[in-house]
Design a binder for this molecule. Structure first.
Ligand SMILES: NC(=O)c1ccc[n+]([C@@H]2O[C@H](COP(=O)([O-])OP(=O)(O)OC[C@H]3O[C@@H](n4cnc5c(N)ncnc54)[C@H](OP(=O)(O)O)[C@@H]3O)[C@@H](O)[C@H]2O)c1
Length: 294
């Protein structure tokens, strides 16, 4: 028995998909929390208990989490100021403890580590540490880079024909957001309390040159990958006006890939869900319009 299952951030893209997968599995009872309950009011008509919870408002959290046995804590998107998201996550973990939650499933990222240049790796490392130091049992779901993000990353490349990264053309294990959501739902509903880390990856780790070839083939427009030094890419992003934390995060992804941190491929999605994850080719083929195909 997994007990009452709670999902934070339920109005986000990932949270919404997790709830759909939990409903499909007939798991629960399910509690969905969000900052704005009007965005998920429809879920209440489908048997989900909808509650308000904002990690920036600690006073909302103990009540919001009360009665839940297992909680999926979805990492927030508050990366514009260093330290903000980590403070949010620590607040939520402390509230979960006080509310009597027994287990946290947390959406982490590959190779989390202290890294003052990348708020992503740094936040996820210190959040994992905060959860591990709590009295709760936990599951860390280290989601690889979403395949869904490729359409945005490649937007300019699809116009110019050149995709610049600082990855040294090393492999990266893209995984779709929906496969992450399905795996998160399975881990939350499982009742497992064994403090496991899952590396959530797609079925392969193509190099950027291979990704460019797949996209060119499926979309019918030529894109070639070119490796550039990280500081050149950084100057270009800064020149385009991207916020420093976002630039640090993007460069951080590429440096981590160049170091080999994103090359690992695991069977975690299939083991958790019984279904093989989608490949980059599967995703691009199913979402041609997002890649600008006519
Ligand atoms: N692996 C990857 O490639 C990748 C890519 C993008 C993002 N991510 C991470 O994965 C998370 C989910 O992705 P997504 O695509 O669903 O992002 P999204 O649609 O942008 O959703 C943002 C999420 O942050 C939550 N949030 C923001 N501020 C919050 C606060 N003060 N208190 C509680 N929750 C807060 C939102 O919850 P409500 O709106 O329901 O309150 C929502 O779940 C992101 O937040 C980010 O940490 C990973």
């Amino acid at each position: 028995m997994s007990g009452r299952l709670l999902v934070t951030g339920a109005a986000g893209h990932l949270g919404r998909r997790v709830i759909e997968h939990l409903i499909e599995r007939k798991a629960g009872p399910i509690i969905a929390t969000t900052r704005d309950t009007s965005k998920i009011a429809d879920l209440a008509t489908r048997g989900v208990e909808v509650r308000m919870a904002d990690f920036d408002k600690p006073e909302t959290l103990v009540t919001a989490f009360a009665g839940a046995d297992r909680m999926l804590m979805i990492s927030t998107d508050a990366i514009s100021a260093p330290g903000r998201r980590l403070a949010q996550h620590k607040t939520a973990v402390a509230a979960a403890e006080r509310a009597g939650v027994k287990h946290i499933v947390y959406t982490s990222f590959p190779a989390p580590r202290p890294n003052s240049d990348s708020v992503i790796e740094d936040d996820h490392f210190w959040t994992e540490q905060a959860i591990a130091a709590s009295s709760l049992s936990w599951t860390f779901m280290r989601h690889g880079l979403y395949t869904d993000g490729l359409a945005r990353f490649l937007q300019r490349a699809l116009q110019t024909g050149t995709w610049a990264t600082a990855t040294q053309n090393r492999p990266r294990h893209y995984v779709t957001r929906d496969d992450c959501a399905r795996a998160d739902a399975a881990a939350l509903a499982s009742g497992d309390t064994s403090k496991r880390i899952y590396e959530i990856t797609g079925p392969a780790a193509p190099t950027p040159a291979e990704v460019a070839a797949i996209v060119s083939d499926v979309i019918g427009r030529q894109v070639a990958h070119v490796n550039v030094p990280a500081d050149v890419l950084r100057s270009g992003m800064e020149g385009a006006g991207l916020p420093p934390t976002v630039v640090g995060a993007m460069i951080g992804f590429d440096i981590a890939t160049a170091l080999g941190f994103h090359a690992i491929v695991t069977p975690a999605v299939e083991e958790l869900t019984g279904r093989a994850p989608a490949s980059v080719r599967d995703f691009v083929t199913a979402n041609k319009a997002a890649f600008g195909a006519a």
